[in-house]
Design a binder for this molecule. Structure first.
Ligand SMILES: C[S@@+](CC[C@H](N)C(=O)[O-])C[C@H]1O[C@@H](n2cnc3c(N)ncnc32)[C@H](O)[C@@H]1O
Length: 343
């Protein structure tokens, strides 16, 4: 049975259920069959562009540890660690600042094949895998996610005459079609609470992503902590679908190569900010990735690293740093949200 017929065993599928199956179906899902990272994969992420990215994130963690009053122990959770590259570098860098056994890194990963890859690449006693945040028994707990939120499927809605309907997909003569269907009163009430999307005729909503955040928030309220999310996204009103599919580093038609191409969406950062504030958390201004990395010293770090490099390696390092910080590359499209518990 092909993936399309298998997925549409029910007549209608909300967008997030459809994307979830395409990405994580246990036999045919994209993240089960493919290693998406780097040249031989479909896309490249910041930690894989240069280790300097994760070094800067480790500086952010150390400065936070300092603000928390230098606790004897901190727990770090990486959300959606992909091929594990960020944690590999974080662990190495943090050991330069923090005592052995004073931190643990927990990896929270949905794809079984990526967990296998991470376990192959990371042999470090301070790194552990979890699928339940309640297993964390103390804090402060620092959650970090690079390109995590964009990979958690979103729902899509239309609002007409104050009635909200959800976009659903169905299969007809082997073609994927869509139809907007009524939603429950409870869901409608919940969606109407968000000012960021209130005047939209069309909007995306990360219901699955926020359910994960709900659990994370309970942990950081209980033990003290923070959340750092870095992702591609927007901060102004948008009424367009942001779903995108990528294969071999090129855009792919959304419904082509199902199960063999990645599907993600842009993160609505203002909506995230509104959600975190509604939970009485402290949220710093959303900033561009370029500003975040520059403020924490990426250029100075590159200058130090380049001192002992030959010309070719130096050029390569600055080329990679430019990719991360330049407004026309990842510097502006990628945004950063930093959330703190109030304790
Ligand atoms: C775009 S990749 C980013 C990987 C990595 N953070 C990086 O920057 O290279 C998204 C990651 O999030 C994971 N992921 C997506 N949804 C998840 C969920 N609900 N729970 C745990 N991991 C998830 C994916 O399997 C993948 O590892």
């Amino acid at each position: 049975m092909d993936i399309k017929s298998k997925i549409f065993y029910k007549k209608y599928l909300p967008i997030d259920e459809f994307v979830e199956k395409i990405l994580y179906d246990p036999h045919n899902g994209y993240y089960v069959k493919h290693n998406p990272f780097n040249k031989q994969g479909d896309y490249i992420t910041s930690p894989n562009i240069s280790p300097i990215f994760s070094e800067i994130v480790s500086i952010w963690i150390v400065s936070l540890w300092n603000k928390f009053g230098k606790p004897k122990k901190i727990n770090i959770v990486e959300l959606g660690p992909g091929n594990g590259e960020m944690t590999r570098i974080l662990s190495r860098s943090l050991k330069k600042f923090l005592k052995i056994n004073s931190f643990e890194i927990f990896l929270y990963e949905k794809s079984i094949s990526l967990v296998k890859l991470q376990k192959k690449r990371i042999k470090d006693p301070c790194v552990k895998w979890i699928n339940d945040f309640n297993k964390i028994k103390g804090g402060p707990v620092i959650f970090i996610g690079n390109e995590f939120f964009d990979a958690v499927p979103v729902k899509q809605f239309q609002k007409k005459d104050n009635v909200i309907k959800e976009k659903n997909l169905f299969l007809e003569a082997n073609k994927i079609k869509n139809r907007y269907l009524k939603i429950s009163k409870n869901l409608e009430r919940y969606l109407n609470k968000f000012k960021t999307i209130n005047s939209n005729k069309f909007f995306e909503f990360p219901l699955k992503g926020l359910k994960i955040m709900d659990i994370i928030i309970k942990v950081i309220k209980r033990f003290n902590g923070a959340i750092l999310l870095i992702d591609y996204g927007y901060t102004i009103k948008s009424e367009k679908s942001s779903l995108q599919s990528v294969k071999n580093h090129k855009y792919n038609k959304l419904f082509s190569n199902l199960g063999d191409a990645d599907i993600s969406s842009l993160v609505n950062f203002k909506l995230l900010e509104e959600y975190f504030k509604s939970k009485k958390l402290k949220v710093n201004n959303i900033i561009d990735q370029g500003k975040f990395l520059k403020t924490l010293g990426i250029i100075e770090r590159a200058d130090i690293l380049s001192n002992n490099m030959n010309f070719k390696d130096k050029a390569d390092l600055y080329y990679r740093v430019k990719r991360l910080i330049h407004p026309k590359e990842m510097g502006s499209l990628f945004k950063v949200i930093q959330v703190f518990s109030h304790k």
